[in-house]
Write a protein that binds this ligand. Structure first.
Ligand SMILES: Nc1nc2[nH]cnc2c(=O)[nH]1
Ligand SMILES: [Zn+2]
Length: 427
């Protein structure tokens, strides 16, 4: 078993035990260490043996879209055309709540089968569809942070709301779900291109009324998008400033992408202790660009990893970590990311972005028992490489390169088995 420790991606170290043991109590890790020692301290406890493979903390996805599972893989488009031609039509179908509920189940299953045990999820534009997601997450015991996506221009008419309606629907959803059953609410205007001033004002008002809410949106993803935002908000200094003027830039905010920031925006994100969700497979897929990680690190801007499904090409945070690594290899100023940094980004960074760093992200005593057991499918390349791995770094590197959904053997959230290969879902 292994996890990453340390204060940031570049300070991260791996802690690994060949024959480790965890003692679970009330959904938490109550004791951890070498198996023989943990066993000796808890001689009566029932034992579940996990032979082979790697036991890791569950992954945390800091940016993923609930209504977009079905659009993964729509080739050949950049952000604005992809939204108009493929994604917004698919999202319009969530007006049908029966469709939405089926998709909510599929979406949550896709997360857990990929080893994701917590996530910040971009919601649907339809309040009943959003309620269905919260209900399904509560039924599964998935610690979801999410909110109603809102926009009042430049989408499709069916997806548009009004500032008044957005306020009322947000309030009702917050009342029903926030802080209950492990669910948390995030105010979620889609992006500045789709949100008029009054809608952004409503978003700020909701955050002022309830300072324990989270906030998420998109930022600086694509040059055409950035130019359009500048035309819509001529008084704003830059893209981030559009949000800042409405009180939306703070430590509980997560801005997806930020592929093309200017130095002022980086400085402001750092000063506000806001988070960026780096979504490498999406940025490659839509041709949005190569994330300037060094500039974020040098400015002191914190970032986590997001799959950004459906522009992202799979739910696996192992895959996103590999793509983050490759993206840096492709930049002249790229940051070298060792295995410990990638694991830190896939676990500790996401929980910190969600304000849950003390709750999950590692295997130390006191943490929620959110676990993923990777075991190579028999005959797989992952199995062959793992057999040769002589260090935890190499084993983990093989997992980032090769392990995807089919290598996830079992997943626990708060100590409860939520997925085991071969079973639809273990309750
Ligand atoms: N990648 C991505 N960027 C967006 N910007 C606004 N909406 C979206 C979306 O659905 N996906
Ligand atoms: Zn997104």
């Amino acid at each position: 078993m292994l996890h990453a420790v340390g204060e940031g991606p570049l300070a991260a170290r791996l802690e690994a035990l060949d024959d480790g043991g965890l003692y679970l109590e009330g959904g938490r890790i109550a004791d951890a260490g070498p198996f023989a020692e943990v066993r000796a301290r808890h001689p009566e406890a029932p034992v579940r043996r996990l032979e082979g493979g790697l036991l890791l903390p569950g992954f945390v996805d800091a940016h993923v879209h609930y209504p977009q599972t079905g659009v993964i893989g729509a080739l050949g488009l950049d952000l604005l055309d992809w939204l108009e031609r493929v994604t917004l039509p698919a999202e319009a179908r969530f007006a049908d709540v029966a469709h939405a509920r089926r998709e909510a189940r599929t979406f949550l299953q896709a997360l857990v089968r990929s080893g994701t045990t917590r996530a910040l999820v971009f919601g649907s534009h339809f309040a009943p569809a959003q309620a269905a997601l919260f209900e399904e997450a509560a039924a599964l015991g998935f610690p979801l942070t999410s909110g109603l996506a809102t926009g009042d221009r430049n989408l499709r008419a069916e997806l548009h709301t009004t500032p008044e309606r957005a306020y009322e629907e947000n309030r009702a959803l917050i009342e029903r779900f926030h802080g209950k059953n492990g669910l948390r609410y995030a105010v979620t205007p889609r992006f500045a291109l789709a949100a008029g001033e009054a809608l952004l004002e409503v978003s700020g008002a909701l955050l002022r009324e309830r300072p324990d809410l989270h906030f998420q949106t998109h930022l600086n993803e694509n040059p055409r998008e950035i130019a359009a935002v500048a035309r819509l908000f001529p008084a704003a200094r830059d893209y981030l400033d559009v949000y800042d003027r409405f009180g939306l830039v703070g430590p509980r905010a997560v801005f997806a992408h930020d592929v093309h920031p200017n130095p002022r925006e980086l400085e402001r994100l750092a000063a506000a202790a806001a988070w960026v969700a780096h979504c490498p497979s999406s940025n490659a897929f839509l041709g949005s660009g190569l994330f300037p990680m060094r500039a974020h690190l040098e400015a002191g801007v914190r970032f986590a990893l997001g799959s950004d499904v459906g522009a992202g090409t799979r739910f696996s945070l192992l895959g996103e970590a590999m793509d983050a690594y490759k993206t840096q290899r492709l930049r002249e100023d790229g940051v070298h990311l060792p295995a410990a940094a990638l694991l830190w980004l896939a676990t500790r960074a996401g929980v910190a972005a969600l304000g849950q760093a003390d709750e999950a992200g590692g295997l130390e005593a006191g943490m929620s028992a959110d676990l993923v057991w990777l075991r190579p499918p028999p005959g797989s390349t992952f199995e062959a490489v793992l057999a040769h791995a002589e260090s935890a770094e190499h084993a983990l590197g093989a997992a980032f390169a090769l392990a995807r959904e089919d290598a996830v053997a079992a997943v626990w959230i708060r100590g409860r088995l939520v997925f085991a290969r071969g079973m639809l879902q273990a309750k």
